[in-house]
Write a protein that binds this ligand. Structure first.
Ligand code: RP5
Length: 184
């Protein structure tokens, strides 16, 4: 079974044609290209499931107008979810959530000095009224944000639901095949 890191390593080049040519329904934004090593795991998951998406750098503090424009246009462009990753004083997910009614899911990116605990608290502690669904720090958070979006889309998409069931089945089989101690 291909692993998510296999998929992630080829994420940039493996957008399948259906995914690449269809209008995106999921937007992935991140505060810097330095966030890509984490956020590529969300891209890889959406690519594997054939969910049309786009990925862009939209820095909250360095590109505030671009961020505002992205949020303002998101719903009209057909986006049904936005996955926003940022590190440090991670304003992007919360600001994006303030700018659109499209649901926003935040991924705390590990930071140099506080290992992403700053990113996590910045994203998760939204005041009441403007929610950001917040995921784990790092790679698992990015992959799970995508899986969460996929699960939501699958509630009204039978084909995507079948793919999600298959993903879960393969994951279960892989876990059942595990032995301890693990082979070196
Ligand atoms: C945040 O600052 C980004 O999301 C990134 O995690 C962090 C560092 O950005 P760079 O200095 O690497 O561009 O805005």
């Amino acid at each position: 079974m291909p692993t998510s890191s296999d998929a992630a390593s080829s994420a940039a080049s493996s957008l399948d044609s259906a995914c690449a040519s269809a209008p995106p329904i999921v937007g992935i934004v991140m505060g810097s290209s330095s966030d890509w090593d984490i956020m590529k795991h969300a891209v890889a998951m959406l690519t594997d499931f054939g969910v049309p998406h786009e990925a862009r750098v939209v820095s909250a503090h360095r590109m505030p107008q671009d961020m505002a424009d992205y949020g303002a246009d998101a719903r009209a462009r057909g986006l049904r979810a936005i996955i926003a990753g940022a590190g440090g004083a991670a304003h992007l997910p919360g600001m994006m959530a303030a700018l659109t009614e499209v649901p926003v899911f935040g991924v705390p990116v590990p930071s140099r000095y506080l290992r992403g605990e700053d990113s996590l608290l910045s994203i998760v502690q939204m005041p009441k009224g403007v929610p950001v669904g917040t995921f784990a720090i790092g790679e698992a958070g990015a992959a799970n944000a995508a899986l969460h979006v996929i699960a939501n889309l699958a509630t009204t998409d039978a084909g995507l639901h079948a793919k999600l069931l298959d993903f879960r089945r393969r994951q279960t089989e892989a876990a059942r095949a595990m032995v301890v101690p693990p082979p070196s």
